[in-house]
Every structure is written in C-alpha cells, then in structure tokens.
Design a protein around this ligand. Structure first.
Ligand code: SF4
Length: 367
C-alpha cells in the first residue's frame, strides 16, 4: 500500500486506535480496495481460522406499546390503539417451542417502552420463561429500556441491571444506540435515553460482567463525522471495562430502513446508504474498533450479496437467521435466510460457516 493513506492503514492493522480525524480521512477518501484490504487484515489477526459465525435466535417483542415515538419506527402503537398488544405466556410458549425445534435457544426479547411496566413486569416475565425453559438464553431489552425502568422505579442502573440479571437476563443487546450524538438523537428519538445514558448503562453492565453488543443505525440525518464520534464513544467505553469482562462482544452497523416511517413521510429523509457506503462503514468499523472482537454484517437490512462482500471487508459474523423480526421488517427490510441458506451464503463468500451462541462460543451446527 503505497499512497497517502498507508501510514493510517498500517496503524490500524497494528491494532492502534485511530483518531476521529484519521478515521474520517480513511472513511471518506481511502480507495475502497485499500480499506477492505486493511479491515480484512485486522479480521484475520482477530480471527485467523477463517470461519464466519452465525446463530439462531428468535426476536420476540413483549409489547408494541411505546411512549418513545422514534421517527424511524413504525412498529410502536399507543396504549389504546386497536393494534396494541402485550405478548401472552401462551404465545411465548409457542414461539420458544419453535425456536428449540429449529436448534436455537436464545430469545432476543425487546419491546416498546410501556408507560406502566416497572421492574416487576420484566423480572416476573424472565423468571416465568426461565422456569418453563431452563436452557433458554435471554438476550433482552437494551439501554433505553433499562433507563426507562430505572426512572420509573427510582433505581440506579446498577440496581436495575442486577435485579434483571438475577431474574434471568443473560446478555444486553446494544439496541437503541442509533447514533450516539445528542444532536442526532434529539431529532430522531427525542424521548429515548441520551447518548450518555446509553453509554452509562453499558459501562454499568460491563462492571457487572454482563456481555453486551453495540449497534449503529446510520444513513438518516447524521454526518460521517457523527458516525465516527459514535464509534469512538463505543470504543472508549470498551477500553474502560474491567479486564475480566467481555464488554461489547460485537458491533453491528445497519442502515436506516425508511419505509413508511415518520422520517421518510414527514421529513423526506430516506435511507441514503449505497452498497459501497455500507461496505466502507463495515471496514472503517473494523479499523476503528480493534478492542471489539466481532463485527457483524447485517444481511437482514442490506441483503445477501452486500453482506457477503462485507466478509472481505472486516466482518466475521453473519448474525442470525432471525425467525421473527418486526421493527426493521415493517420498515422495509425483507431479506430472509433459513439454516441452509445462511451456511450456503457464507460458503459462497469463501468462508467456513460456524454456528455460535450469544457469547460467540463455537457450537456444533444444528441439523
Ligand atoms: S424504536 Fe423502540 S423505543 Fe423507538 S418508538 Fe420504536 S419501539 Fe419505541
């Protein structure tokens, strides 16, 4: 690599932290082939085995009643809306039975921020699900819900998380991050937790030994600089985690899905992310976040072929076959994979598929 960007790319391959300006220079101006090459080198260092991981989990929404009103979401309903629901135990039973029959054991359990659901709703639900299915893993809620519950109950994040963990919470998804910059959040998700609150919940989760992930929803009103700020905020929290904790186990960037959202209908904001831009974003994520082990290509939102290219641009994880997903699906993401399909897609891209659990431990592939 002999050009102006070589020193920066070599610094990143070396595992050193790039500054926001350095990252931005590469993100905007480095040739795509060089960005992909460097990100692939980082992936090879972190994952020399050449395997690409995947998981089976089931996304269940415990309610679609939400007080947040995010402008990119057309999943939520008001409490008295005729389509408002709270998932019943019988419905959980049916969905979890299907999950186990397919060879998965993890529920990605998320919902709206119900105005009346305090801590006991979640602890009783977790205990009930774990009582019925002791092997079930709960990858549940996210920092916005934790902040919401803590505020309703006048509890610290520490105490809220500790009680959720005692009731069965196994890991905390990085949901609701969008872009961790106040200017953006005040525009697109004004009633949700602030960037600092999101980061504080994650810091506390890591102190408690709870494994988490981080997401980035981009391609709406944010600038490239703000995407880089987001990555650096996540990286700093990860750098401050206790040594024994995993902290953020993965980083998952995905483009805003605009169909029928308030952002697109009322504000004329549409998903602006091209295939090249998504690949560049995966690559720069891999280069900016050397202290986070896994980067996931979001095939659900960008489709198979773009996600396959991302496996050559730093991504090492293909995520889940997603038996059920409601939030981005109703906003236009309609790609689907079954077990054989996801394995075939990984092989086509030149990698060996490896089934995993939420802790990224390798497991035998389910038949
Ligand atoms: S994205 Fe989540 S928090 Fe925002 S409105 Fe939708 S359900 Fe509520």
């Amino acid at each position: 690599m002999i050009n102006d960007h070589s020193a920066l790319l070599l610094k990143a391959i070396d595992g050193k932290f790039l500054s926001a300006d350095e990252g931005l220079e590469l993100y905007l101006n480095a040739p795509l082939s060089q960005l992909m090459f460097a990100a692939n080198e980082v992936r090879k260092k972190l994952h020399p085995h050449g395997k690409v991981t995947w998981i089976i989990d089931r996304n269940v929404n415990y309610t679609n009643i939400c007080v947040s009103g995010c402008k990119f979401c057309n999943f939520y309903r008001g409490k008295n809306h005729r389509e408002a629901y709270v998932t019943s135990i019988e419905e959980y039973r049916q969905k979890i039975d299907e999950l186990f029959a397919l060879g998965g054991n993890q529920l990605l359990l998320q919902g709206g921020m119900h105005p009346d659901f305090g801590l006991s709703f979640y602890t009783e639900l977790f205990q009930a699900l774990k009582g019925m299915y002791p092997d079930l893993k709960l990858h549940a809620l996210g920092p916005p819900e934790v902040v919401h519950i803590a505020q309703l109950e006048s509890l610290s994040y520490h105490d809220t998380l500790e009680r959720l963990m005692a009731a069965g919470l196994d890991s905390l998804p990085g949901a609701g991050a969008e872009i961790l910059v106040e200017r953006v959040r005040s525009e697109v998700s004004r009633n949700k937790c602030t960037a600092n609150q999101w980061l504080d919940v994650m810091r506390e989760a890591h102190r408690l030994g709870l494994t988490t992930s981080a997401t980035m929803m981009f391609g709406h009103i944010e600038t490239p600089e703000e995407r880089l700020q987001h990555m650096i905020a996540v990286r700093e929290v990860q750098a401050g985690k206790p040594d024994a904790a995993t902290g953020f186990i993965s980083f998952i960037p995905w483009p805003f899905q605009d169909k029928n959202t308030v952002l697109s209908k009322r504000y004329n904001v549409h998903n602006s992310v091209s295939r090249e831009e998504y690949i560049r974003t995966i690559a720069i994520s891999r280069l900016m976040l050397p202290n986070i082990q896994n980067v996931q290509a979001s095939w659900l939102t960008v489709g198979k072929e773009t996600a396959q290219l991302c496996l050559h641009a730093g991504a090492n994880d293909f995520g889940s076959i997603m038996i059920e997903e409601n939030v981005v699906s109703v906003a236009g993401a309609d790609y689907k994979f079954d077990k054989e399909g996801i394995r075939k897609a990984i092989r086509e891209a030149g990698f060996e598929p490896q089934f995993r659990n939420q802790q990224f431990e390798f497991l035998p592939s389910p038949e």
